[in-house]
Design a protein around this ligand. Structure first.
Ligand code: CMP
Length: 144
């Protein structure tokens, strides 16, 4: 069955149109899309799993610097497929091990790595809810 994941094109990522084309070429449906400027509070909440990391405050600064393109991507196995499409977090590693990946092609460095994706289905569910609210309700069809 199709699965949803949350994908983000981070602020100031260049060649956004190419990334959007690539998403479609790779067989994802973009079920929801919106551009959002995150507040610091939202960015901190969004990345709460990383709050103890040494790069946390830089990460929050970066994510608030301009609009993020927030998307729900839908496909069989979307969580893992989107992670594979992005490639490793570190773009220099991505260029070596996954040269066709989005981070190999569009990321600047380890921090400003261009795109984000949920790491598992539970997180996908939680982050979609956080960014888009209760969109699941839209697809409930009440019969008769
Ligand atoms: P993302 O996949 O969105 O998840 C956490 C983010 O933190 C990551 O992409 C990078 O933007 C950033 N990040 C992860 N590791 C580092 C690091 N070692 N130094 C700086 N930024 C990092």
């Amino acid at each position: 069955p199709p699965e949803d994941t949350l994908a983000v094109i981070k602020p100031h990522t260049e060649r956004k149109e190419e990334i959007l084309e690539e998403i479609q070429a790779r067989g994802f449906s973009i079920s929801h899309l919106k551009d959002t400027v995150l507040s610091r509070e939202m960015a901190e909440e969004f990345y709460k799993e990383h709050r103890d990391k040494p790069f946390f405050s830089q990460l929050v600064d970066y994510m608030c610097r301009g609009p993020c393109t927030m998307m729900v991507l839908t496909k069989e196995n979307a969580v893992d497929e989107w992670r594979a499409a992005m490639g490793p977090t570190d773009p220099s590693e991505a260029r070596q091990t996954a040269p066709g990946s989005l981070r190999a092609r569009f990321a600047k460095d380890m921090l400003e790595n261009g795109v984000h994706g949920s790491s598992n289905m539970e997180q996908a569910h939680q982050k979609i809810q956080f960014i888009f609210g209760d969109i699941g309700a839209e697809s409930v069809i009440i019969d008769g």
